[in-house]
Design a protein around this ligand. Structure first.
Ligand SMILES: [Zn+2]
Length: 281
C-alpha cells in the first residue's frame, strides 16, 4: 500500500519535470524551505505535491487579506479620531459643524444699501421671563432702546436675558442687541415677540444698543450697525422710517437716553434710514 503511494508521488514528480515548469520548481523550493523552518511533521515535507502548492497560495492570499483588513481598520480608526483633516474641507463646513454643536449660527452680511448686516443668531432658551414663544403675527414698527448699563457688551446683555429664566428678576428681552464693536446678536426669532416695548411688544421688533458711557451715546461702530440693521428690517417688512420709534415714544421712558435728550440726533438717525431706503428703491 505504502509502496503504491510512493510510486504515485514519484510519477507525479516526473510528470511535472517533463512539463518543464521551472517556475513551479522554484516555488516548490521556497515552499519546502519555509515548511522546514516552520512546520514540523514529515507529511508536510513532501516536495512538489499539489496540496503543498495550494496551501502556499492560500497562505499568501490569507496574508494579503489580513494586510488589507488591517490597513482598512487603521484608516477608519484614524478618520474616527480625526488624526488627519479630510482633504478639501471648506471653512463653510467648519462653520456648519460649529453651528450644529454650539447651537448658534452666523448669517453673513449681504450687499446693497439695505442688505442684511452680519448677524449672530444665538437664541435664548424658551422661558416665561425672556422668551415666551408667543407668535409675533405682524410687524408695524421697529423700536430702538439702549441697554442703560455703560460699557456692558452685547454678549453680557444677551446672557442677562437668558439668565432671567433662573433669576426671575423681571421679564425682559430684545430681538437684537448691538455691541460696542458693532456686532449684532439676535436673541429671539423674528416670528416671536420679545419683552422690550410694553404694549408694542405684539407688533414690533426691538433693538437694544450698547453704549460706552452713561450719557447713552452710541459709538460709531454701534451706530453704523444700527443704521444697517434698521434699514434692512424696514426694507424686509415694507416699512418707512416713520415706523422707526424710540421706547420713549411708547411709554415716555428715558430710552434710548441720548436720542431722547438729543432730538436732533434722533432726527439725523431717521434721515440716515430714509436715505438708505431711497437708495434701495
Ligand atoms: Zn428701552
Amino acid at each position: 500500500m505504502a509502496q503504491k503511494k510512493f510510486s504515485r508521488q514519484k510519477k507525479s514528480i516526473i510528470t511535472r519535470k517533463k512539463s518543464g515548469a521551472s517556475k513551479t520548481r522554484v516555488s516548490k523550493y521556497i515552499f519546502n524551505k519555509k515548511k522546514r523552518n516552520v512546520v514540523s511533521g514529515r507529511k508536510r515535507k513532501t516536495p512538489g505535491s499539489g496540496r503543498g502548492k495550494s496551501l502556499f497560495c492560500r497562505k499568501n492570499l490569507e496574508l494579503a487579506a489580513t494586510i488589507c483588513l488591517l490597513s482598512l481598520a487603521v484608516v477608519l480608526f484614524a478618520r474616527i479620531l480625526r488624526w488627519e483633516p479630510v482633504a478639501g474641507q471648506s471653512p463653510g463646513a467648519v462653520q456648519r459643524q460649529l453651528s450644529d454643536t454650539e447651537e448658534y449660527q452666523i448669517l453673513p452680511a449681504e450687499e446693497g444699501p439695505c442688505g442684511r448686516p452680519e448677524i449672530l443668531q444665538d437664541y435664548i432658551v424658551k422661558n416665561p421671563y425672556s422668551r415666551s414663544g408667543v407668535a409675533l403675527e405682524q410687524v408695524n414698527g421697529i423700536v430702538v432702546h439702549y441697554v442703560a448699563n455703560a460699557g456692558s457688551t452685547a454678549r453680557e446683555n444677551r446672557d442677562y436675558f437668558e439668565n432671567l429664566k433662573d433669576t426671575h428678576l423681571t421679564k425682559a428681552s430684545s430681538h437684537f442687541i448691538i455691541g460696542l464693536d458693532g456686532e449684532i446678536i439676535q436673541c429671539i426669532p423674528l416670528d416671536e415677540i420679545s419683552y422690550a416695548s410694553n404694549e408694542r411688544n405684539g407688533d414690533t421688533i426691538s433693538i437694544e444698543c450698547c453704549h460706552p458711557k452713561k450719557d447713552g451715546k452710541f459709538n460709531k461702530k454701534t451706530y453704523r450697525s444700527l443704521v444697517r440693521l434698521v434699514s434692512w428690517l424696514c426694507a424686509s417688512y415694507g416699512l418707512s422710517d416713520s415706523a422707526v420709534i424710540r421706547h420713549y415714544d411708547v411709554t415716555g421712558k428715558m430710552c434710548p437716553k441720548y436720542f431722547v435728550k438729543h432730538e436732533d440726533a434722533w432726527e439725523d438717525f431717521l434721515s440716515d434710514i430714509e436715505r438708505k431706503l431711497e437708495k434701495n428703491r
